[in-house]
Design a protein around this ligand. Structure first.
Ligand SMILES: *Cc1c(COP(=O)(O)O)cnc(C)c1O
Length: 340
């Protein structure tokens, strides 16, 4: 099929409908079987579905893109598969085997390949979903589960270089509590962040920084991205205590920085530490790295400058060069999609 009539230069991070989607279903005890590719479109679901009534659902997000080497690649998709398995365990859903997960992703990329933007113009964002699709009235695991994967082309997060963002520390709301579901990509974790995020944006901030729910003192995450700051040559990031989502970008940055000889400390990061740091950034699949220009808490505003810090830029360049196969993939992170 020919390339779609879209202007690759005007792509943003928004939904464009593509050709095909993947669907597989199973009962609570049954084993997952490879699913089917169907035309992209609406699905039919019971009003009593577990996911609609009690939020029994997970999502994942990853990108497929064309590289310098002329291949179409995914970045560490096995990590997405494993994270979804841990989430399934937490939400009492049958985990999708890694082989079925990867196979589904590859098929979705292959069968929508005409939607993969040209090199440098963005990526095909792949969105796997796992949810309790069967009907259930009482609060209990659903009797049927659906694993679905769709995709959409997205533009590069930053056009014409990284831009520093201004953030607001929330003194009123929390994202996750100890023992809860903050450590997995449970769909129910995200709607409660919309109102605080909307209010912060109304005041001119790009996003909210959440502090821990127990002591209201330690930085946890920036909206749906992980946090890093550099102080006196040491790179700090909040340790994974169960309330923080273990980002694949986060893990990759820790490994890359250590490989560069930078000391990386995973610990509790107080707002004082964050606000007295020399560089700060947040990270995730969508933007890879977003440099932070300022952080505001109440009447206090810490400024890091209007340009990305030196280490921030170096980590961004190195990570994106590995992803684009410009730099050698020494960690074995790049996964080529066959037959493309
Ligand atoms: C998805 C997500 C991230 C980033 O994870 P990546 O694997 O790097 O994309 C960070 N925080 C939250 C809350 C998330 O949902």
């Amino acid at each position: 099929m020919s390339n779609p009539a879209i202007d690759w230069d005007s792509l943003t991070f928004s939904l464009t409908e593509t050709d095909k989607m993947y669907i597989s279903k199973t009962g609570i005890k049954a084993h997952w079987q490879p699913g089917d590719m169907l035309p992209y479109g609406n699905i039919s679901i019971s009003p009593a579905a577990g996911v609609l009534n009690y939020g029994q659902g997970l999502f994942e997000g990853m990108k497929a893109y064309r590289t310098e080497a002329g291949r179409v690649v995914l970045f560490r998709p096995e990590e997405n598969a494993r994270r979804m398995q841990r989430g399934a365990d937490r939400l009492k859903m049958p985990p999708v085997p890694e082989s079925i997960f990867i196979d589904a992703i590859e098929q979705v990329v292959q069968e929508n390949s005409r939607w993969i933007p040209p090199m440098g113009k963005g990526a095909l964002y792949v969105r796997p979903l796992l949810n309790g699709s069967g009907p259930i009235l009482g609060v209990a695991p659903a009797p049927e589960y659906t694993f679905m994967v769709y995709c959409t082309p997205v533009g590069p997060y930053f056009k014409g270089g990284m831009k520093c963002i201004d953030l607001l520390i929330s003194d009123e709301h929390h994202r996750a509590a100890p023992g809860g579901s903050g450590g997995v990509k449970a769909i129910g974790n995200y709607a409660p962040g919309m109102m605080p995020s909307f209010k912060a944006k109304d005041r001119g901030f790009a996003e909210v920084i959440y502090l821990d729910a127990e002591e209201h003192h330690y930085v946890e995450e920036v909206g749906a991205a992980n946090f890093f700051c550099l102080k006196d040559g040491v790179l700090y990031t909040p340790e994974l205590t169960g309330t923080i989502l273990p980002g694949i970008t986060r893990d990759s940055i820790i490994q890359l920085a250590r490989h560069m000889g930078v000391e990386v400390v995973e610990t509790k990061v107080s707002h004082e530490l964050a606000m007295s740091a020399q560089e700060a950034f947040c990270c995730g699949t969508a933007a890879v790295i977003s440099p932070i220009g300022s952080i505001t808490l109440g009447e206090t505003c810490a400024k890091y400058g209007s340009e990305p810090g030196v280490l921030t830029q170096k980590l961004y360049d190195s990570l994106t060069n590995i992803q684009n196969e410009v730099e050698e993939d020494i960690f074995g992170w790049v996964h080529a999609v066959p037959n493309l």
